[in-house]
Ligand binder design. Sequence first.
Ligand SMILES: Nc1ncnc2c1ncn2[C@@H]1O[C@H](COP(=O)(O)OP(=O)(O)OP(=O)(O)O)[C@@H](O)[C@H]1O
Ligand SMILES: O=C(O)[C@H](O)[C@@H](O)[C@H](O)[C@H](O)CO
Length: 161
Amino acid sequence: MIILVIGVSGSGKSTIGKQLADSLHWEFSDADSFHSQENIEKMRNGIPLTDADRMPWLQDLQAAIKQWLQENKNVVLACSALKASYRQMLVLDKERIKIVYLKGSFQEIEQRLRSRRHHYMSAELLQSQFDILEEPTDAIKVDISDTPEHIVQHIRVSLEI
Ligand SMILES: Nc1ncnc2c1ncn2[C@@H]1O[C@H](COP(=O)(O)OP(=O)(O)OP(=O)(O)O)[C@@H](O)[C@H]1O
Ligand SMILES: O=C(O)[C@H](O)[C@@H](O)[C@H](O)[C@H](O)CO
């Protein structure tokens, strides 16, 4: 099974994804590590990515997901996947790929981004993330104001894993 942990920058994808994977003894993968140097530079300079910028990144993620499915791997993938069309590219198998959406308010997430250090994604880019966000309707929805421990528990109960 593959769990996609999605949401805007700073919603907690890496934090929750990692803890979820650890608790399940599954592999954890971060879509951030699939970005090209050009994309990272753009974000570092406070420029939001376009659909065209994201396309090769999504294709690489799609290839990785295909491989994991073929190998029957259990993986938690932290990935923004903000638009429905992006998610369509990643959910290659509805039975074996589940989406967890980390939902939070602009204010709460902005505060978290402002106190986070050493990351190329700044609080200034957050509005652009909310602007393009298309909330999923077919996902497990999680309130990010809860503690990571509770969130992980909630996800496991919802997915019965
Ligand atoms: N449930 C939570 N409660 C309190 N703090 C949290 C929670 N989840 C994440 N954080 C903190 O919020 C900040 C953002 O989290 P994190 O880096 O995991 O988000 P992200 O969605 O992976 O961000 P990005 O997409 O920019 O990589 C971090 O400093 C993290 O420690
Ligand atoms: O789609 C995007 O704009 C990007 O994936 C960003 O969301 C960042 O990669 C990530 O959130 C920061 O680490």
